[in-house]
Design a protein around this ligand. Structure first.
Ligand code: GDP
Ligand code: MG
Length: 179
């Protein structure tokens, strides 16, 4: 997989609805990417959300996309300019239709870098996590992400993130690799 050499990188999320894309962005940056009133009320992402973090000398700009199939046009609008994809797969559900659809879109748009986050790892046992990892590996086989890291992640609930502050959120972000 080609490395992203720039000091600033634009990372787009991808994946099925409710798999934890927005919660992971919040955990990593301290910013809730669901900014619209309707998004907060319904607890789903409708339009693109944006967040930022400075980590290890890198400026990381996140574009968080909606996972619902009805809003795939919004996803398409956001994913065009990204350098890398954060493909989010919930460990308790594994690969779902919009996981495949979003990843196919990333491939069509020639996104050549990224990683897979197995979210909700706190909800599953080791065997289920391993199955999700195998599904993820199968999905990215033959793609530019074939050798990409697959990491397990556990994002705190977003209400919890808001009330405890960003340092606790960051501490509950991705943990060690699941391979
Ligand atoms: N237990 C647990 N819940 C999570 C995790 N990540 C997200 N959630 C919850 O899953 C639901 C959907 O998350 P959200 O980020 O909105 O999913 P999205 O549609 O992919 O953006 C929310 O209630 C989150 O709090 C996780 O790692 N563990
Ligand atoms: Mg979302």
């Amino acid at each position: 997989m080609p490395k992203v050499e720039a000091r600033s990188v634009v990372i787009g999320t991808a994946g099925h609805i409710d798999h934890g894309k927005s919660a992971l962005v919040m955990a990593l940056t301290g910013t809730d990417p669901d900014r619209l009133k309707e998004e907060k009320a319904r607890g789903i992402t409708i339009d693109l959300g944006f967040a930022h973090a400075h980590v290890g000398g890198f400026d990381m700009a996140f574009v968080d996309v909606p996972g619902h199939e009805r809003f795939v046009k919004n996803m398409l609008a956001g994913i065009g300019g990204i350098d890398a994809v954060l493909l989010v797969i919930a460990a308790d559900e594994s690969v779902m239709p919009q996981t495949r659809e979003h990843f196919a879109i990333c491939r069509l748009l020639q996104v050549r870098a990224g990683l897979v986050a197995l979210t909700k790892s706190d909800l599953v046992d080791a065997d289920t996590l391993e199955l999700a990892r195998l599904d993820a590996r199968e999905l990215v086989a033959g793609s530019p992400l074939a050798g990409a890291p697959i990491v397990r992640a556990r994002a705190a609930g977003r209400r919890g993130c808001r009330s405890t502050g960003s340092s606790r959120c960051a501490a509950s972000g991705p943990s060690s690799p699941a391979r």
